[in-house]
Design a binder for this molecule. Structure first.
Ligand code: URA
Length: 215
């Protein structure tokens, strides 16, 4: 029988994530709190996204005795790729929880009239082929940037790819999975829809502007 890839979306509905996300959505939440909350949520997302990491058992000594204790298998190396610029907000929290991960960056901007993604920057670790990749961007809106980023990142041939965001629109999930059914999506929430400008509704506004106070 031919194998069929079933696209997967995991909504991380942990109460702490949902509570922090609600505060981030509120229009009166200022940059300082928005940035801190995104970092905190990123750590909680990283916790769920890395749930399937393999463990190996090592012989260690506690103050009382010897035991076989689980540790991350050293061969399971990771790279976190931030889609600039808002991806930095998720990266900051994830790297704190996975400090051995290497970091890559991809720069894409949305062409305002067509909302298509144009690449202007790419830097990846040299050993990317041996690494499991987490691609991070807070907002999966039209999906154009995420699709373009993953198109390009697949050319680097990482061991695997997961896409991690904070909020997703149904339109973005559908577009992303039409193009990349093999890449699982992890998100804290799926919102109602996109507006005519490609913003997620109800959403939280422009994640980059809210993260850096540029508006
Ligand atoms: N990018 C954002 O920052 N916010 C949206 O709602 C959509 C895309």
């Amino acid at each position: 029988m031919p194998s069929v890839t079933v696209p997967s979306v995991t909504v991380i509905d942990h109460p702490l994530v949902q509570h922090k996300l609600t505060i981030m959505r509120q229009v009166e939440t200022h940059t300082q709190d928005f940035r801190r909350l995104l970092k905190e949520i990123a750590m909680l997302l990283a916790y769920e996204v890395t749930r399937d990491l393999p463990l190996k058992y090592e012989s260690i000594e506690t103050p009382l005795t010897q035991m076989q204790a689980p540790m991350l298998a050293a061969d399971k190396k990771m790279v976190i790729v931030s889609i600039l610029r808002a991806g930095q907000g998720l990266l900051d929290g994830m790297i704190e929880l996975i400090p051995t991960a290497k970091v890559g960056h991809i720069g894409l901007y949305r062409e305002p009239s067509t909302l298509t993604a144009v690449e202007y920057y790419l830097k990846l670790p040299v050993d990317v082929e041996q690494r499991d990749m987490l691609v991070v961007d807070p907002m999966l809106a039209t999906g154009n940037s995420a699709v373009a980023a993953v198109d390009r990142l697949k050319e680097a041939n990482p061991a695997s790819i997961k896409f991690v965001c904070l909020l997703a629109a149904p339109e973005g999930i559908q577009h992303f999975h039409e193009q990349h059914p093999d890449v699982p999506i992890f998100t804290a929430a799926i919102d109602e829809r996109l507006d005519d400008h490609g913003y997620i509704v109800p959403g939280l506004g422009d994640a980059g502007d809210r993260l850096y106070g540029t508006r």
